[in-house]
Write a protein that binds this ligand. Sequence first.
Ligand SMILES: NC(=O)c1ccc[n+]([C@@H]2O[C@H](COP(=O)([O-])OP(=O)(O)OC[C@H]3O[C@@H](n4cnc5c(N)ncnc54)[C@H](OP(=O)(O)O)[C@@H]3O)[C@@H](O)[C@H]2O)c1
Length: 266
Amino acid sequence: MVTLKPKALFIGYGHLAKSLTSKKLLSLLNICALNSKGEIRNINLKKKISNNNNYAYEYVFLLTRPKTFLRIGSQFQKYLSKDTIIISCMAGIKFSTIEQNLKTKKIIRIMPNVMASNSKSQTHIYLKNKKLISNDLNKILSSFGKIINVRNEDQINFATSIYGSGPAFIAYILNSFIKASKKLAKPFNVNEKELLELFKNVLDINSSSRMLDSFVGSISSKRGTTQAGVNYIKSQKIEKIIYTTLYKAYKRAKEIDSEQKSTKTK
Ligand SMILES: NC(=O)c1ccc[n+]([C@@H]2O[C@H](COP(=O)([O-])OP(=O)(O)OC[C@H]3O[C@@H](n4cnc5c(N)ncnc54)[C@H](OP(=O)(O)O)[C@@H]3O)[C@@H](O)[C@H]2O)c1
């Protein structure tokens, strides 16, 4: 017997949407993607299909930028049926705003990251109605990686900062270490692969913040080389810099939704 895969519409098919579309996901869903020109493509079949709105989508994933949704979100109502479950991946856009624009309460907010392409996303999930998560949907969301359920909608804003934007912050910090190492060791060549392995090795033998603290202590001997460097890092208040980086992303996630209210009232 042939079982038909549930149909899903990705509204927006940019960076995140492409990362979510693993082979595993394609084996679970029949995915169509809508672009900014209103064209729909079947991603499994790799072909354009006619946009006659006759598709009953079981799932609609919101994958446009938040400002696009705030501007024209209500136009996406035409892709929904009464049973469609909305899965919003957008940063900042609140449950209540999605509900108002799409006239449905069947909404789940998720915050995945681009590591879904490797099944390594740590996807945070917020929903009001637990019954929306069926076994099928659980499998679909698990194809992105690990699932972390949160109870408060504001936790999605923290997840946006730490797990959504965080990979870019971490990449920036690691790359700064690589660039600085190369600059220091010039004219000799520093092997980037060795440096990346160094990061992995440090993580391999330390599995908690406490272990990392004592790891630093175990390498730093009095008046030694490590202490000279660590004293400098501490004096530059690196923890405060990282806190402010994360806070700025969190604050931005909280601002996004109210931007709609301020433009609407103008
Ligand atoms: N990137 C991440 O790491 C990440 C992580 C977590 C959450 N998010 C969230 O995911 C969402 C998408 O982010 P992204 O980085 O993937 O953005 P992106 O690469 O800019 O993709 C946005 C997509 O939206 C499409 N689009 C624009 N107007 C549209 C319309 N009227 N109808 C249908 N599609 C339209 C664009 O299509 P065209 O190609 O036709 O212009 C584009 O493919 C955002 O809300 C973001 O907050 C992203």
